[in-house]
Design a protein around this ligand. Sequence first.
Ligand SMILES: *[C@@H]1O[C@H](CO)[C@@H](O)[C@H](O)[C@H]1NC(C)=O
Ligand SMILES: *[C@@H]1O[C@H](CO)[C@@H](O)[C@H](O)[C@H]1NC(C)=O
Ligand SMILES: *[C@@H]1O[C@H](CO)[C@@H](O)[C@H](O)[C@H]1NC(C)=O
Length: 530
Amino acid sequence: MLSHKKKVLMAMATVGLVAALIRSWTPRPYGAVDVRPKQEARRVERLLEERLLVSQNKYGDVPYRVKDSVLSLLARNGCVCEGDERTINIPYANLLFPRVSAQNLNTAFKDSELDEVKRRRAQEYSSFQKRSQTAADLLIVAEANSPLQYPTQGVEVRPLKTILIPGLALEDRIRERYSVNLTATMGTFDIAAFVDEVSIRGEGEMNISLSSRYLTALNRQLQFITYTNTLFHPNTADTVQFVTDGHQAVFTIKVRHGLTPKLYNPGPKGEYNVSALVTIATKTFLRYDKLQDLIDSIRQFYPTITIVVADDNEHPKPLTGPYIEHYIMPFGKGWFAGRNLAVSQVTTKYVLWVDDDFIFTANTKLEKLVDVLETTTIDLVGGAVREVTGYKASYRQTFSLEQGGEEGDCLHIRRGYHHAIKGFPNCVVVDGVVNFFLARTDKVQQVGFDPRLARVAHLEFFIDGLGVLHVASCDDVIVNHASKIKLPWGQSESDKAYYKFRYPLSSSDTAQTRSSLLYFKNRFQCLTHN
Ligand SMILES: *[C@@H]1O[C@H](CO)[C@@H](O)[C@H](O)[C@H]1NC(C)=O
Ligand SMILES: *[C@@H]1O[C@H](CO)[C@@H](O)[C@H](O)[C@H]1NC(C)=O
Ligand SMILES: *[C@@H]1O[C@H](CO)[C@@H](O)[C@H](O)[C@H]1NC(C)=O
């Protein structure tokens, strides 16, 4: 008969075995994971910064002369909020000599509330930075004459999956014993094969040590090192420290799901079938006569293209006809809300934005715009709008951002373009275009139209799209404008009255809403434009 003590021991062993089995069946070694930004990553960052500082301070006593012309290009915190002085006082001076005007965006807030707004903005910005940065953004310097060989970039693993780390090796002078250590923060190391004469500690752990009396054996073993991501994150990076006696190196392994594409079936091959590739989107308010003219003009050239209309009239009227989708919105929801709704309903590869007072003509050749998007990396291409006066506007804008430290950055908007496009003599690359553009639907949906911009707004979309959208402008695809000129930035007095009358619900001052969004949401302190 078993003694009581033995029974207890056996029971404990069984429990232990079951627990061990359960553990081995559970794929994730973490219960609840703290998904706040990692302290560990911060530690590695500090380590890297310290080493950079040491190497930068090394030659501090060697004198140098500054080259001013280049130094000004490097100017840090060089965010200057300055416009041009008005020099000539003649009518139309602004049209003849475009003047740069500067706007301090913090004037959107009262002095009494500015400090509080600043504090909140700084807080939101800091958490945005933590969310959007990974170890792959760290500055890493490969130190001089390191005997360590390792991959500097391009190593990627799917979350919770395993890869062989390519390129690890040691090229050391003759020693009695060769040893290396690898340390990760979000995963473990192991070996896919054993090599004789190599001793290994820490298989399946975040630290692994390898050593051997033979360099060739150690290097062979290094070819079999695997990395398994154990801490789930859909898109981040791990920093790996690779150390041998007296030398250390750091590299990153990207951890992320594969990118899931959003593909659109273009239909059978041949000529571009614009109806299968493009949806026309527009927003209407109290201009049904104009809208009907637009629809009629589109039908002359594209009888089967789908037209999506977002409508925030107080008393909506029915729109009839084939290939029309009419979305009724709450009264006076506004301009960007309508754009957002219309674009959200598009199911074709491309969406063409038009205003409800445009008219298609024989010059409105959408195929040309489709051709630009089909054959280049451009995401959005604008055309030109011919005013009733005959003036043709393509409203090309370039943006540049200057870093401005704690106060926020400066955004400089200028008329002009960056460069021409090979193969498309009428097209140039820009950052902002007119209200008539063809774009990749998924890209426009990704940027979105901020529904807080109820009245006149346009370039705000391109500001939100900076760094996301690759924009071009072609002036050989022209749509006619049935109404008088209306530039997105400058409203004439009659425009102001029009919008006041048209949008009685949104009583807030447009310019102030716009400034406060640029100040808080986009974290700018200053806007200059000409
Ligand atoms: C791994 O190594 C680092 C430094 O080399 C050390 O701080 C850490 O405690 C080690 N972790 C384990 C689990 O051994
Ligand atoms: C590797 O790590 C072990 C402890 O895990 C340590 O004793 C050894 O010195 C380290 N080797 C190197 C080359 O840093
Ligand atoms: C073009 O696409 C539309 C919509 O998908 C379709 O109805 C039409 O038959 C197509 N036309 C041609 C010529 O393929």
